[in-house]
Design a binder for this molecule. Structure first.
Ligand code: MG
Length: 254
């Protein structure tokens, strides 16, 4: 496995890409309310990305013979886990929605996602979102020089242990000039195992937990991934650089 190390100049471009990503996500968060549909959020994202001189990474993405992805965002509601195509599904009071955003700026990709309540939701949905967010931050904390990839994976998985389903088929990834690069980062693992982390690695960490089982399936649109048992699921993601001074979240506004 070859994992790319970024130069200081590349990191600076990734920081700029990440800042745009965070600004656009903030606009999307503000726009989420009952009555809004995926088309509207996607249009907002496309306009906000273009205004900032960047490109929507996901548009036209077509790995492994899939139909080209049409959206700037992934829009996954309730039992939809990830990769939902933004369309006419209207958000209802009490839903939870995961929004994933890829931004390419001067050739460098930033990848981040959040799950948010639409209005007020049930306590168990809030607890699920809170645990998934905490798992992301536990993973970020472990993304340090000298640690191993298994330390990151196990830190993420430990937050769900015994309480939430940990989706196995999807996970984090290296990111840079392309969205999906080595290494793959499972959301569960054993401490002290796997790749040794080095300064200059940039990783997109993205825990995905569900209230029920961990099995998923793809729908007929070839993109949307849903929980097989229809349970609520949540997903949070940030793009993180490993530096000599600790983990640096690149997908933030300041
Ligand atoms: Mg990702």
């Amino acid at each position: 496995m070859s994992v790319e190390l970024k130069s200081a100049a590349e990191l600076e471009l990734m920081r700029q890409s990440g800042r745009i990503n965070a600004q656009v996500r903030a606009l999307l968060m503000e726009a989420i309310r009952p009555g809004v549909d995926g088309f509207e959020l996607d249009r907002l994202a496309k306009a906000a990305i273009a205004e900032r001189g960047a490109e929507p990474t996901f548009v036209g993405y077509a790995p492994g013979g899939k139909p080209p992805y049409p959206g700037a965002i992934c829009y996954s509601v309730n039992e939809e886990l990830v990769h939902g195509i933004p369309g006419e599904r209207v958000l209802q009071e009490g839903d939870i929605v995961s929004v994933d955003l890829g931004v390419t700026y001067r050739g460098y990709v930033s990848d981040a996602a959040f799950t948010a309540a639409v209005g007020t939701t049930v306590a168990e949905a809030d607890a699920l979102m809170d645990a998934t967010r905490r798992a992301l931050w536990a993973g970020i904390e472990a993304a340090r020089v000298g640690n191993r990839l298994g330390d990151v994976s196990s830190a993420i998985g430990a937050v769900a242990e015994g309480k939430y389903g940990i989706v196995r088929g999807y996970g984090g990834h290296g990111v840079g000039r392309k969205m999906h690069m080595e290494p793959h980062i499972p959301n569960h693992g054993r401490p002290g195992t796997g790749l040794r982390l080095m300064a200059g690695m940039v990783l997109a960490l993205e825990p995905m937990f569900s209230i029920g089982g961990a099995e998923t399936e793809e729908t007929d649109d070839h993109w949307t991934v849903v929980m097989s048992d229809g349970s609520l699921s949540a997903h949070f993601e940030e793009t993180v650089a490993i530096t000599e001074n600790g983990p640096e979240v690149l997908t933030r506004t300041d």
